[in-house]
Design a binder for this molecule. Structure first.
Ligand code: GAL
Length: 461
């Protein structure tokens, strides 16, 4: 050490002894300032939306809740000789989940007795979401909006939930094909509180007779999503249109003057000339809207800008997450950054979700890892035995969202359940990222498991 620096260190050391109170009070001052700042309402970085800092009630949503499932012992006796010849494969929770006769069935698919029934006084259970339980509408029927999404309609100040109406028989069209329910149509439900849902009927119905029509009941209509176009004053629906073997791989577009339909079906096509299966649409703060779809046999996603009337794609498209085999995209935005939750490609069987982030919606997109928190390892590896479909921002509550997923029941698809859980964007991402240059650019996306939970008291849409 040079003489100069040694004397500087000595001066600092000697100074530090007499200034300890100063340092302590400065620190206290800083903490008080930080706290006061955190209590002020903030403006969203780009959205201009008023951001309320969440209080104590929100912390409940981020509590880590564990699940302890015991896999039951194998049923039926096997002779010791048989057991020696072919030791029984140990069953996993996923096997149990997919096994209709599993003793654990009631844990994944609780029966009607436990249904969430907002039309009847549920006492202390009012406003609670119970992921996996049957959820009844205001007429007492199970809600039918699978693979769905929610539109908040500023004109009526209502939430509209659209999805696949699947209340029909499940069957296997071919030995190796996926289980299916014939197209019935797109269901729509309305709500003010995101808990009590009124059935608004089928807003886009199947075609019963003309078997050359895209919506003929023998085809596939999945993952419908609706956005509103302020300029044309139209509600525009995009959906996955396919044949029973999933070889058509198209998007379909429909339009309506009212959120409750009826929607007029316009056409189907392969966007940008590519195969398109699981998909979603996303409307940005500036009114530009995008189509996001799994393509090239589900090996990659494509993000494409829609035309101004939202009725078609433009030529602007980027291939993203190439080679990552992701589907079921659900996109959202927080403070100028785009986030997306996707699933793996295992049909109706659950698999691990991934969170992705990007500073431009057209990419590059980075994969941040599994967002699921709590439950147990298998819960986290299976997205809580569900597959994402939509992420709904809680208006005015910065960083808090509802993650909406489907717990598919391949034996009876109409009895598939909804898994709604709180999702937050906060803290640093836990995987080093390719484009971050040493800085954690993105925040961590977390989806918290809860057996039951509700939106914070006094929350209102
Ligand atoms: C899933 C997809 C669902 C449905 C299903 C059919 O991978 O996310 O929307 O298409 O496959 O097996």
């Amino acid at each position: 050490m040079s003489g100069n620096s040694a004397s500087l260190v000595a001066r600092l050391m000697s100074g530090s002894r007499c200034s300890i109170p100063v340092v302590v009070w400065s620190l206290v001052g800083c903490l008080v300032m930080l706290h006061l700042y955190s209590l002020l309402p903030h403006k969203g970085a780009l959205s201009g939306e008023l951001q309320i800092r969440p209080g104590r009630h929100f912390l409940e949503l981020e509590e880590v809740e564990e699940e302890n499932f015991q896999i039951p012992p194998p049923r039926g006796k096997r002779s010791p000789r048989a057991a020696k010849r072919r030791p029984k494969k140990s069953t996993t929770l996923i096997d149990e989940f997919l096994d209709e006769s599993s003793q654990l069935r009631h844990l994944f698919f609780p029966d009607l007795k436990t249904a969430v029934d907002p039309a009847n006084d549920m006492g202390n259970d009012s406003f609670y979401y119970y992921p996996g339980r049957i959820w009844l509408d205001t007429e007492g029927n199970p809600i039918q909006v699978h693979g769905g999404g929610i539109l908040y309609d500023e004109r009526s100040r209502m939430y509209y939930w659209y999805g696949e109406y699947k209340d029909g028989p499940t069957y296997q069209p071919h030995k190796k094909g996926a289980a299916r329910v014939d197209i019935i149509g797109v269901g729509c439900y309305s709500s003010k509180d995101l808990w009590t849902w009124k059935n608004e009927g089928i807003v886009l119905a199947a075609e019963e007779t003309n078997d050359t029509h895209d919506l003929h009941k023998s085809n596939v209509l999945e993952r419908p999503k609706v956005i509103y176009n302020k300029n044309t004053r139209k509600y525009v629906m995009w959906m996955h249109i396919d044949d029973a073997n999933y070889t058509k791989a198209c998007i379909g577009v429909a339009v309506s003057d009212s959120p409750t339909g009826p929607f007029d079906y316009l056409y189907s096509k392969r966007p940008h000339g590519f195969d398109s299966r699981d998909m979603t649409i996303f409307k940005d703060d500036d009114g530009a809207a995008y189509l996001i779809y799994s393509s090239d046999d589900n090996t990659e996603l494509h993000v494409g800008l829609l035309t101004e009337d939202y009725l078609d794609v433009t030529r602007s498209m980027r291939r993203v997450l190439i080679g990552q085999h992701r589907e079921a995209p659900a996109l959202f935005k927080h403070w100028g950054t785009y986030y997306m939750i996707t699933s793996g490609c295992t049909g109706w069987a659950p698999n691990e979700a991934m969170a992705h982030a990007a500073s431009s919606i057209l990419g590059p997109w980075e994969t941040m890892g599994n967002p699921c928190v709590g439950g147990n390892k298998i819960f986290r590896q299976t997205t809580f035995f569900a597959q994402g479909t939509f992420v709904l921002p809680l208006p005015g509550i910065s960083g808090y969202f509802i993650f909406m997923a489907d717990r598919w029941n391949p034996a009876d698809l109409g009895d598939s359940r909804y898994v709604w859980l709180p999702l937050t964007v906060a803290g640093a991402a836990d995987q080093p990222l390719e484009f971050e240059f040493g800085f954690p650019l993105w925040s961590r996306v977390s989806i918290y498991w809860h057996k039951k939970w509700r939106l914070p008291y006094r929350w209102s849409g």
